[in-house]
Design a protein around this ligand. Sequence first.
Ligand code: NG1
Length: 398
Amino acid sequence: MAVTEIGRLVDAFIAAHGTKPSRLVRAPGRVNLIGDHIDYNGLPVLPVAIQHEVRMLVAPRDDGQVRLANVDEAFEPVTFELGPVIPARPAGHWANYAKAAAQALVTACGPIGGLDALVAGNIPQAAGLSSSSALVVASALALVDANALEIAPYALMALLADAEHYVGTRGGGMDQAICLGARRGTATRIDFRPLRLTPVEVPSGWRFVVAFSGVRAQKSAAAREVYNRRPRECAEALPILAEAAGLADEATWPALVARGTAGELAALAVSELEPPLDRRARHVVTEAARVDEAVTALRAADLAAFGRLMTASHASLRDDYEVSCPELDALVDLALGAGARGARLTGAGFGGSVVALADEATAAGIVSRWAQAYCRPRGLAGAVFVAVPSEGAGVSDA
Ligand code: NG1
């Protein structure tokens, strides 16, 4: 971060809290390259952390209060007490993400001290780039640091995945894990049972180009209900499939996926389940296989194979999982028309963003095609960027 920018943030912190900050916490957003809507089923995913991040300046306090300010005036200042039960603000309130982290840490570690914080950052909100989890992770790291709590990285990832359920979304653990555990220059295969992060280098000539559709995937509003319906549908489908596959004792998606090929399991889903559960299950088993194949393609620097898997993933999310929308489909088509090797929605869908894969020479053409044919007519500015696979969250002196 530029010295002038940190200087401005320090001034804003002093104006808000009347004291100097001592620590700077950074927590990146993410783009999921492949493997959407399967983390909550315990199946692997392949995201990268990106250059956009939440930045939080922090000064520990002697009491149990958390005092939050935000450089964006749309987000009102909030004070809350770190008690055994931390009441939530109404759904969608920005402070709930900090409260989610605080509640989880108090529950896990007992009484802890509070802090003053100023939040800034540049992750587009409700864009499928995980700004909410970045705020949860930043808040948690600030409290962990201020209280010198000793929590192993995997334990913190798991704790924060559950913590985010405080805001009402029944998500998986992808976002918190990549935000905490990403390594610069790599994509990370995340396995959940048990939790394990495996970095895989992104070949230097590959470009992941991202466009925000302008349709806000606001999971605090109506989209939350639609999102939460999908884990419920999967939970309904699983025991039926597990029984049909002879897995009555171990009815988990990873056990099921280990039982056959994606083709066999997709056929089983169609024969055993009623619509729409048959389609939902078909997405889950085929997406899990695509993640495995994508990791192999990434290791082999096979751009064409990786791209084909991304486009197949989009079709599955659109047709079987029904979480796309016309704007995301249009962005995917435009990218493919401009020479992308593959393209897909990223994250939860219902709006949000699209990620396209290209070689160095083609990436600029995709950026300008999206800008001209999609962003300009809709008055969307700054909605397109090339993702830089970035380092996970960290704390330093302010
Ligand atoms: P986004 O795109 O941030 O709403 C959500 C879930 C993920 C994962 C994806 C779909 C949260 C915090 N995140 O991400 O766990 O299920 O959808 O792959 O709930």
